[in-house]
Write a protein that binds this ligand. Structure first.
Ligand SMILES: Nc1ncnc2c1ncn2[C@@H]1O[C@H](COP(=O)(O)OP(=O)(O)OP(=O)(O)O)[C@@H](O)[C@H]1O
Ligand SMILES: [Mg+2]
Length: 275
């Protein structure tokens, strides 16, 4: 469990707080999407959660380990992995296998266990055919999945994705989103920082930040129930909702709010049949 209590964070020399009085709890097994416009504090929040940053005041605890205590940091980082925007910056070795091994070696994992984990997690993420390839020769989506395998092999409880799909083409994006879904099915908790509304609607919970504070917190359905706040928060309305609004203007009223394109297709199909 991740617990933030009255967290304030101010960068050295900054005049205002990047995070201002944020209190929230993220349970194991959640999939939380963190939304907000540029500069709203999303990345800062991610870095506070895994102990890369220490709060100016307030507390951040992961499974009871408080990040302010030097002795807890190892426990926190073991539990919270991070995948960043640019997959290029996440490789150190010349083959995918060596790269995965390097991360495990760094954590003092024994050789036999290392080999077993590389096999298990490369299969789980679907990159076993890439193990002998050079990371730099892979596609964007493959690179990002290798980076994810490297994090998952350390068996964290939570993985924070900081705009991990934003530099990928649509295929790479889809691959990584699918990987996130599978990880969640395997019991890994996901915190996904994103600008992509289509990605956010797959989460169980959406937290919207504005000026370093929590503006909205709830299920995607609750949070997107009304749209008036979305533009104010500097975000765009999910495509399926926009289309639904336009359809309503044309007199096609659907019974329920459709968040995903699949839901929308199904609802349209039913409404057509019942006409
Ligand atoms: N290294 C830094 N030094 C000073 N201020 C910073 C630093 N990094 C970020 N900030 C400021 O902190 C605030 C929050 O930034 P943060 O990077 O967390 O936002 P973000 O929501 O991740 O934005 P983006 O969508 O652009 O990634 C912004 O006002 C930003 O200008
Ligand atoms: Mg950011």
């Amino acid at each position: 469990m991740i617990e933030l209590e009255d967290v304030v964070f101010r960068y050295d020399g900054a005049k205002i707080n990047a995070i201002h009085n944020v209190s929230l709890t993220i349970e194991s097994n959640e999939w939380v999407a963190i939304l907000g416009q540029n500069g709203s504090g999303k990345s800062t929040l991610g870095r506070l959660i895994n102990g890369l940053f220490i709060p100016t005041s307030g507390s951040v605890k992961v499974d009871g380990y408080e990040t302010i205590q030097e002795s807890s940091l190892w426990e926190v980082r073991r539990r919270v992995g991070m995948v960043f925007q640019n997959p290029e910056h996440q490789f150190v070795a010349t083959t995918v296998r060596d790269d995965l091994a390097f991360g495990l070696e760094n954590r003092g994992i024994e050789r036999a266990e290392m080999v077993a984990r590389i096999e298990k997690y490369s299969k789980q993420i679907g990159i076993e055919h890439l193990l002998d390839k050079e990371p730099h020769r892979l596609s964007g989506g493959q690179k990002q999945r290798v980076a994810i395998a490297g994090i998952i092999a350390l068996e964290p409880e939570f993985v924070i994705f900081d705009e991990a799909t934003s530099m990928l083409d649509p295929i790479g994006r889809q691959e990584v989103l699918q990987t996130m879904k599978e990880l969640h099915n395997h019991g890994v908790s996901i915190v996904s920082i994103t600008h992509d509304m289509q990605e956010a609607i797959y989460a169980n919970r959406v937290i919207v930040l504005k000026d370093g504070q929590v503006l909205k917190d709830g299920s995607p359905r609750q949070v997107f129930q009304s749209h008036d706040w979305i533009k104010e928060a500097g975000l765009s309305v999910p495509f399926s909702l926009t289309l639904q609004q336009e359809l309503a203007k044309q007199g096609v009223m659907l019974k329920q709010q459709c968040l995903t394109n699949e839901e929308l297709v199904n609802a349209l199909w039913i409404s057509n049949l019942t006409k």
